[in-house]
Design a protein around this ligand. Structure first.
Ligand code: ATP
Length: 312
């Protein structure tokens, strides 16, 4: 089984408005409210791939109960640790082809709540063979906390797959042991290396940085341009077919789910990369974030090309 960790989940609220009028009342009828967070998108895609998966992290208050209820309704296996403060809301206003987001910072975590979560985490690790950790840390939790989770997983012989950004990513790369796989984007790579990346050559050179030496997989997804991947010492460029994009939000999470699925099922490195690309594309081809049409999996799988580019 796979364990997905979402430390700062949310209720994702979507307000589709024809036009957003500033400084006026904007009325809306078809509001959608769902259980949100990058790790929950990963969970949904893994479930659709028929992979046994359990979601954990921290939830609080009535809004936390709302998330639990929605996960139950979706049939998602979950075991979140309880906190006192309310889980946050993330609001997306869709207007005139734009997406304006209002994101709450979320609850402040107390030390005893973090300790309770850690006990849950240690218990859940005994049931699983892989852990994914996605997204930001809530307030009150130190930026190097993911290193603590990676270390405990390692102690229990479990590999960790990490998708985070900024200082949290930088601190996780300083820790020891390292995550097994990271999925930074170009901006995140340039942040951790402290210099700008302008060209594909810059990006390839960045992947050769000794910062990534002990990380088995570094996957930089590039939207419609596929991905640049470092696996052990080999760098690959993955090209994907052009597709009809409906909603690309969460494609990175879907890619992470595909990569995790491939690793969990001991597929070959080339197959792992292909699965990750297919799940990302299938998410982009679907209106609902974290939903994929598995019927189209094989058709896309065969259209992906994976090429070694080390010596170019
Ligand atoms: P997000 O933060 O929205 O989850 P991301 O930047 O982490 O996204 P992307 O690189 O945009 O991730 O997308 C991940 C994968 O999904 C890509 O490698 C590709 O396989 C697929 N994908 C995303 N957008 C497109 C697109 N416009 N056309 C084709 N495939 C796409």
């Amino acid at each position: 089984m796979i364990l997905t960790i979402t430390m700062n989940p949310s209720i994702d609220i979507s307000y589709p408005l024809g036009k957003l009028v500033i400084d006026r009342v904007n009325r809306i009828n078809n509001v959608s409210k769902t259980a949100g967070g990058k790790g929950l998108n990963v969970t949904r895609v893994l479930r659709q791939l028929n992979e046994p998966v359990k979601a954990s992290g921290m939830l609080g208050g009535d809004f936390g109960q709302f998330v639990r209820k929605h996960l139950d309704e979706e049939g998602i296996n979950h075991d979140f640790s309880q906190i006192r403060s309310e889980t946050r809301n993330s609001i997306a206003i869709l207007h005139e082809g734009n997406q304006t987001e209002i994101l709450e910072g979320g609850p402040e975590i107390r030390e005893n709540e973090l300790n309770t979560f850690f006990e849950t985490y240690k218990r859940l690790l005994k049931e699983v063979n892989l852990v994914t950790i996605s997204g930001s840390l809530p307030k009150g939790v130190k930026k190097d906390y993911y290193s603590t989770l990676i270390e405990e997983a390692d102690r229990q012989n479990t590999k960790t797959i990490l998708d985070t950004s900024g200082e949290t990513l930088a601190k996780s790369l300083q820790g020891n042991p390292k995550p097994y796989l990271i999925k930074p984007n170009e901006e995140e790579i340039s942040q951790v290396l402290g210099h700008k990346i302008n060209t594909s050559v810059d990006l390839k050179n960045a992947l050769k940085s000794d910062l990534f030496d002990d990380i088995e997989w570094v996957v930089v997804s590039l939207g419609k341009d596929g991905a640049l991947v470092k696996h052990k010492k080999t760098i690959y460029k993955i090209d994907i077919p052009s597709i009809e994009v409906i909603n690309p939000v969460g494609s990175g999470d879907a890619t992470l789910a595909g990569l995790t699925y491939g690793i969990s099922n001991r597929r070959t490195p080339e197959e792992i990369m292909r699965v990750g690309m297919v799940t990302g594309m299938l998410n982009a081809m679907n209106q609902k974030t974290g939903h994929i049409d598995v019927q189209r999996f094989n058709e896309l799988f065969t259209q992906i090309s994976v090429n070694k580019i080390n010596n170019e």
